[in-house]
Design a protein around this ligand. Structure first.
Ligand code: ADE
Length: 242
């Protein structure tokens, strides 16, 4: 059966090698006029592939990174494309304390927010918003050569000690800026979802994050370009769920 897979990504530089590799074509017809998200469409084997970027901010003209972009893009893509599965792909910070290295690839099905501290009963748990999406087939992890990871999401590239508390508590392996937002919309609308993350920087390492991120962005994007087709070819023939 033909599957429809939507890949949600935040940064053009993360997506470019994959768009070129699969020769995906821009489709300007699917989103509301004025909405900045971009759609690139194509196929791999029998799978319909849509790569959706959050697009460039209408005010600051940079990629719309963060949870607002991740959530609205995911919502619009589900409404327009009715995917069988959503993959949030992108770069992340890794942790040497969790065995992470620059270039490590993770497949993730657990998500939380580390910067939504609301110390009011009920809202505290909503703030952290811990979420488990699907149970991934071990065959998929093996096929991709990925580790099983946990994504912790926040709207800052740096990490303050309050963020670190939640990240350590939940044994997160990947620090990003969109994953939990994409997972939340998928969970609400009943769309299976997982994340594919490539490490650009080591959060608990000795290098300043912005420099390490920019230095390794190209390599991480190449890792995503190599890993994504493996994910797609596996799930076109097998169930991604255990
Ligand atoms: N994306 C890549 N590296 C990151 C980091 N350290 N924090 C948040 N998002 C990231």
């Amino acid at each position: 059966m033909t599957k429809t897979v939507v890949i949600v990504m935040a940064m053009e530089a993360e997506a470019k090698p994959f768009v070129e590799h699969l020769q995906l074509k821009k489709d300007e017809t699917i989103f509301l006029k004025g909405f900045k998200a971009e759609c690139y469409a194509g196929s791999l084997d029998t799978t319909k592939v849509y790569l959706i970027l959050n697009g460039k901010c209408h005010k600051y003209n940079v990629d719309i990174v963060g949870t607002v972009g991740g959530a609205v893009t995911t919502f619009a893509a589900i409404q327009a494309l009715h995917p069988d599965v959503i993959i949030n792909a992108g770069t992340c910070g890794g942790f040497k304390a969790m065995g992470g290295e620059v270039g490590s690839i993770y497949l993730c099905t657990r998500f939380l927010n580390h910067d939504r501290r609301i110390a009011i009963p009920g809202f505290d748990a909503f703030g952290v918003g811990e979420l488990k999406t699907v149970d991934l087939n071990q065959g998929l992890l093996d096929h991709v050569g990925a580790k099983n990871g946990v994504v912790s999401t926040g709207n800052s590239l740096d990490m303050v000690k309050e963020d670190e508390h939640y990240i350590k508590l939940h044994k997160a392996t990947c620090k990003d800026m969109e994953g939990a937002a994409v997972a939340y919309i998928c969970d609400q609308l009943g769309v299976p979802m997982f994340a594919l993350k490539s490490v650009t920087d080591i959060v608990d390492g000795e290098h300043p994050t912005p420099e390490e991120f920019l230095k390794n962005l190209g390599t991480a994007a190449k890792c995503l370009q190599e890993a994504l087709p493996k994910v797609l070819s596996y799930i076109s023939q097998n169930s991604f769920e255990a």
